[in-house]
Design a protein around this ligand. Sequence first.
Ligand code: ADP
Ligand SMILES: Cc1cn([C@H]2C[C@H](O)[C@@H](COP(=O)(O)O)O2)c(=O)[nH]c1=O
Ligand code: ZN
Length: 207
Amino acid sequence: MFIEPRVGNGREVPRRGWIEVVCGSMFSGKTEELIRRLNRAKIARQQVEIFKPALDTRYHEHDVVSHNANSIRSTPVALPQEMLLLASGCDVVGVDEAQFFDESLVDVCVQLANRGTRVIVAGLDMDYMGKPFGPVPALMAVAEYVTKVHAVCVRCGEIASYSFRIAASEDQILLGETDSYEARCRHCFLEGMKGKSPEAASVAAKH
Ligand SMILES: Nc1ncnc2c1ncn2[C@@H]1O[C@H](COP(=O)(O)OP(=O)(O)O)[C@@H](O)[C@H]1O
Ligand SMILES: Cc1cn([C@H]2C[C@H](O)[C@@H](COP(=O)(O)O)O2)c(=O)[nH]c1=O
Ligand SMILES: [Zn+2]
């Protein structure tokens, strides 16, 4: 799985495209896993392009940077359509923070895969309310491979699938780190939601 197959029995084989999604909560290792796969492709001398949403300026204007400071050069784009032109001739395209793009990202990834590109997309599957986030759930549906990674719940040490917001904002988009979010397991996420706004409490009440 996730090999870099371009040469078969010493002969060039036609390029085959596909989509891989790496999803999970904040701090679950999505960016690390994306960087690991992209670096392997570079070692295999494949042409790699990496994109991130222009709005994600948390760590660096250009680089994709993980919470433990691994990084890889990327191109910030405002719209998914820009990737179609910028990635022409590429073997592998990586996309980080996919949740910040609009739904057109799904069609762009499908077009790239259809024209023979391996597309690796990393992003949050759920927002701070535990609701599906942006185009990530739809990408999971059309992907050949979906990998859900997990963080460690900072409250109890169980595996964490939720990003619990400790900051006051109720906007869906709020850039941040440990200053604004905690990785939490289902139980600790629901416990936290009970003490929040009426909408948040109703999310917890449904469970
Ligand atoms: N609660 C946590 N659970 C797991 N890893 C954490 C946690 N808090 C910080 N980390 C660090 O975050 C790293 C993963 O960072 P990153 O790949 O950027 O995650 P993501 O892109 O999913 O937010 C881990 O290797 C670890 O060093
Ligand atoms: C849950 C949640 C997160 N965000 C923001 C916070 C961070 O800037 C990114 C996630 O980064 P990571 O690489 O996955 O750690 O998304 C948000 O805007 N809204 C949310 O609900
Ligand atoms: Zn917990």
